[in-house]
Write a protein that binds this ligand. Structure first.
Ligand SMILES: Cc1ncc(COP(=O)(O)O)c(C=O)c1O
Length: 468
């Protein structure tokens, strides 16, 4: 069959079978690296092998070793699953295999991006004419937004970073909170602004930037100095939010200051009237970065960059003209102008399917359900002896610390409980260090997690904390 119809039907069966067993799999699959290498790393064959055998082998070994992070009891990092509609759209995306860089290379891909961009700008309460780009993740969303920031603050001094680079350019000051996510620093690293050459503003016990310290730092920076401030909506450990309105108001007292918001998962609080106060005041920032592969639950990889000044966004991102390219006339969206990519996957389809099937109410339910499950897990854990919740559970993140019954070292014991939970297989989560204390991180971000999953997971955690 020329297009492999039988193979694809068989593959769909294998994929559906994987999904059927997903909720009951040990969450950490097989991970003996030596065994995996024995099964997967072979000599490149001289002659091609039978496609069905190759795919069945891959499905068997890959499926066995897959981490069940798309399933309901994966609480590691900040990880969404894949809504069935988004996964289905992902299959179509690969099937159509559009190179979504120019309108002419995928008209529907381009128009769907327009729809998605408009919906999200509205949902997050951003300026309606904002530019947006669909990128691989929040890391590249930061890169995109901070490239636009760099362009804008230097343009004010008469310097065009796009064409001239940074050699001889005026210096730029960058302010970040001490709790800024590492990907903000990495974006600064990639953009020649130096990941450590930043002014750090202190944060409080929940990881929120302290506005008073921001004001003090601002007072030390000459008013004509190009300046970028990076704020955070959703701390990766605690879920806390910087005082966004207050900080942006402070920034607005200086002309031309660029404010960037890292809202990798926290921006989605905007979908819930009960939680929207957490992102209150983000509208007047200049750029915003978030992810669809986290809380919207579309498959990897899917990040979103928004820039209020669409023209500066495009000046920072659009590649130089090449004679062989066919750009659409002005009213068509050529995606290449908005992202640091050239050939690229049509990322809009999955987001489109997710947003249409959820609707505003479904998205609100998804966000609120995750938060209430986080509350439920926190309160059940807190009720047990020797368990302490270290953060105010304002969103979907919980930090847990364990004291051993014999009064031993809580850091070592907390790490041991995490190790036991990871080995147990009922759920998966990871650890962190919070204010010099070892802590267990629980992040509830999956559309399919139920109360039963939350309770079963708490049961397994407490079992691991009491096992000797
Ligand atoms: C606050 C924050 N910013 C940025 C990121 C990076 O996102 P990505 O992995 O999609 O690049 C994360 C990831 O968890 C995050 O929590």
């Amino acid at each position: 069959m020329r297009h492999g119809t039988d193979l694809l039907r068989r593959t769909a069966e294998l994929a559906v079978e994987y999904l059927r067993t997903l909720p009951d799999r040990p969450v950490m699959g097989e991970h003996d690296v030596a065994a995996l290498r024995r099964e997967l790393v072979t000599e490149l064959p001289d002659e091609g092998e039978d496609p069905r055998e190759v795919i069945e082998h891959l499905a068997e070994v890959g499926g066995r070793a897959a981490v069940a992070m798309a399933g309901p009891r994966y609480f590691g990092f900040v990880t969404g699953g894949a809504l069935p509609s988004a996964l289905a759209a992902d299959w179509l995306t690969s099937t159509w295999d559009q190179n979504a860089f120019l309108y002419v290379a995928g008209p529907a891909a381009s128009v769907v991006e327009e729809a998605v961009g408009a919906w999200l700008v509205d949902l997050f309460g951003l300026p309606p004419a904002s530019g947006f780009g669909l990128v691989t993740g929040c890391q590249m969303a930061h890169f995109t937004c901070l490239a636009a920031a760099r362009q804008a603050v230097l343009e004010r001094t008469g310097w065009d970073a796009t064409t001239r680079g940074l050699f001889g350019a005026p210096e730029i000051e960058v302010i970040v909170g001490t709790e800024a996510h590492s990907t903000v620093h990495t974006a600064l690293q990639y953009l020649g602004m130096g990941r450590d050459r930043v002014r750090r503003v202190g944060s409080d016990g929940q990881g929120r930037l302290i506005a008073g310290e921001l004001a003090e730092t601002l007072a030390t920076i000459p008013t004509e100095m190009p300046l970028i401030i990076c704020l955070q909506a959703g701390n990766v450990n605690t879920g806390s939010f910087d005082p966004l309105r207050q900080s942006i108001d402070l920034a607005r007292q200086r002309d031309g200051t660029w404010v960037h918001v890292d809202g990798a998962f926290g921006m989605w609080a905007a979908a819930s009237p009960d939680l929207a106060h957490l992102v209150d005041g983000i509208g007047p920032a200049n750029s915003w970065a978030t992810d669809a592969h986290k809380w919207l639950n579309v498959p990897y990889d899917s990040g979103l960059a928004f820039v209020a000044d669409a023209a500066v966004h495009a000046r920072a991102m659009a590649p130089p003209h090449a004679a062989y390219l066919e750009y659409g006339p002005e009213q068509e969206r050529d995606e290449v102008s908005w992202v640091p990519e050239f050939s690229r996957r049509a990322r809009g389809f999955t987001i489109y399917a997710a947003l249409r099937t959820l609707g505003r109410s479904g998205l609100r339910d998804l966000v609120e359900r995750c938060c209430s499950l986080a509350q439920r897990m926190a309160s059940r854990l807190a009720a047990a002896n020797g368990v302490e919740i270290l953060n105010e559970v304002v969103l979907n993140q919980v930090l847990v610390r364990f004291t051993p019954p014999d009064g031993g070292d809580p850091d070592a014991f907390t790490r041991e409980v995490i190790r036991r939970v990871q080995a147990d297989g009922t759920l998966w989560l990871s650890g962190t260090t919070w204010h010099e204390m070892a802590a267990m991180r629980i992040s509830v971000s999956n559309w399919s997690t139920s109360e039963e999953d939350a309770d079963r997971s708490v049961g397994a955690i407490l079992r691991c904390a009491t096992a000797s």
